[in-house]
Design a protein around this ligand. Structure first.
Ligand code: UDX
Length: 436
């Protein structure tokens, strides 16, 4: 099938490449010429495992192309919209500028019978507002939220846990759902749940899924705070409650909390939208979820200060990690970088390393010192702070080796990813999050 994808960021570029890999003919459209130039050459403009290969294969097969020219979308049967919906400047609501611009660019390209599939995360009610404009062009709008995780985006796109299609009522909606089933044929053929809903439900599925995940993380981080007051160990607690299948161990990793381009802004936008709907109290707890999450960053900083005897001023602190999570170069709202910035603000001589995210981090925080080499970062440091659990730090850095490089033996494990007993046995003062 011929497809177009508007927006070639973390979501759209992966979607375009993944759709080409399952046999569609896809054109990716973006307003950023630098991004398009890189993608058209088959070069991924950001780090996402597996993407590079799909781009190379897709372009070589002739099924995948990228352009800044929206008219290239003409003739495609389904047009995906996967542009960003960042947090508004000066507010908590979602900024829909890019969605509106993409729709404006797309409208003149539509033919009767086309389908526009919205993938961006939007406030509930957006699809219903956009639908009449798309219907006026003879096309049908469906809302098809995306649940991909960065770092696993290719796999999550080709083989998702579920597919959701919010469609208009009547035959036209059912027909549009059928076309989406064809688009996602390999997943549908293997029995992936395909849930057809109305617009509002589809939009809410996405934001409520992210709200639930954020709540789960903040729940365990709240338990970490209680553990800190009582001498309990939150990692054992998570293991124990996680054995209950109703609870599950996933997303019970206590640490410096969630960040990235989705969870933080999505829970804020959800609360803002609920407020507009007169239902603010229904999701008041999301404010607590956000507050708990942000407190944990400060806790990690406090552990470094305590570990260094009350002051970090003028002391070298090695920060391992800048990305908001491993297998990503994304530093948007990264708790790791936030910890580094706070330590820097306290006068520490902070050096930050990361296997993938240094370039992005430097652009955002040029005041910080970055070092590509892990061991050089650690050399001579008074304290080591692990804030993104890359294997390079979590598994491949032995406490003995680290100890041979550092000045002091203070380690703060912002992700509870290190083997505390091994680090202590090697003479380190180990500080975890919610652990004795
Ligand atoms: C998230 C959702 O998982 C995905 O379904 C949605 O489409 C987009 O938002 P992503 O932002 O890629 O995906 O990251 P995710 O893997 O969910 O992690 C989010 C943050 O939570 C990271 O900063 C991670 O370090 C943190 N996290 C995750 C924890 O602090 N503890 C955990 O147990 C799990």
């Amino acid at each position: 099938m011929r497809l177009s994808v508007f927006g070639c960021g973390y979501l759209g570029a992966v979607h375009a490449a993944a759709m080409a890999s399952i046999g569609h003919k896809v054109v990716g459209v973006d307003v950023d010429p630098r991004k398009i130039e890189s993608l058209a050459k088959g070069e991924a403009p950001f780090f996402e495992p597996g993407l590079q290969q799909l781009l190379t294969e897709g372009i070589a097969s002739g099924r995948l192309s990228f352009t800044t020219d929206a008219s290239a979308a003409r003739g495609a049967k389904v047009h995906f919209v996967g542009v960003g919906t960042p947090q508004q400047a000066g507010g908590h609501a979602a900024d829909l500028t890019y969605v509106n611009t993409a729709i404006d660019d797309l409208l003149p390209q539509l033919s009767a019978g086309d389908i526009v599939a919205g993938k961006s995360t939007v406030p509930v009610g957006t699809a219903a507002e956009l639908a009449p404009r798309i219907a006026a062009a003879g096309a049908v709008l469906v809302w098809n939220p995306e649940f991909l995780r960065e770092g696993w985006a290719v796999q999550d796109t080709i083989d998702p846990d579920r597919l959701v299609a919010g469609v208009p009522s009547g035959e036209e909606g059912q027909r549009a759902a059928e076309v989406l089933r064809e688009v996602y044929h390999p997943a549908v053929a293997k029995g992936t749940p395909f849930i057809v809903t109305d617009y509002a439900t589809a939009e809410l599925v996405k934001v409520s899924a992210n709200a639930f995940l954020a709540t789960k993380i903040s729940f365990i981080n709240a338990m970490a705070e209680i553990a800190e007051a009582t001498g309990a160990d939150v990692t054992q607690l998570a293991d124990a409650i996680g054995h209950d299948a109703r609870i599950g161990r996933k997303f019970l990793g206590a640490g410096i909390g969630f960040g990235g381009g989705c969870l933080p802004k999505d829970i804020r936008a959800f609360a803002a939208r609920a407020e507009e709907l007169g239902r603010g109290e229904s999701v008041n707890f999301l404010r607590e979820v956000d507050a708990i999450n942000l407190r944990r960053r400060e806790r990690a900083v406090q552990l470094v200060v305590d570990g260094l005897g009350g002051s970090v001023y003028g002391k070298k602190v090695a920060v391992l990690g800048a990305a908001f999570k491993p297998h990503s170069d994304d530093v948007r709202d990264s708790p790791a970088l936030d910890v580094a910035v706070r330590l820097n603000g306290l006068g520490a001589d902070v050096v930050v390393t990361d296997p993938q995210a240094i370039e992005n981090a430097r652009r955002l925080h040029p005041q910080l010192t970055f070092e590509a080499d892990r061991d050089e970062t650690i050399r001579g440091a008074a304290a080591v702070v692990m804030v993104t659990e890359w294997d390079e730090y979590r598994r491949e850095l032995s406490p003995e080796h680290a100890g041979s490089l550092t000045g002091g033996r203070v380690v703060v494990d912002g992700r509870n990813g290190l083997d505390a007993a091994a680090w202590r046995a090697a003479g380190w003062s180990y500080y975890g999050m919610g652990r004795p």
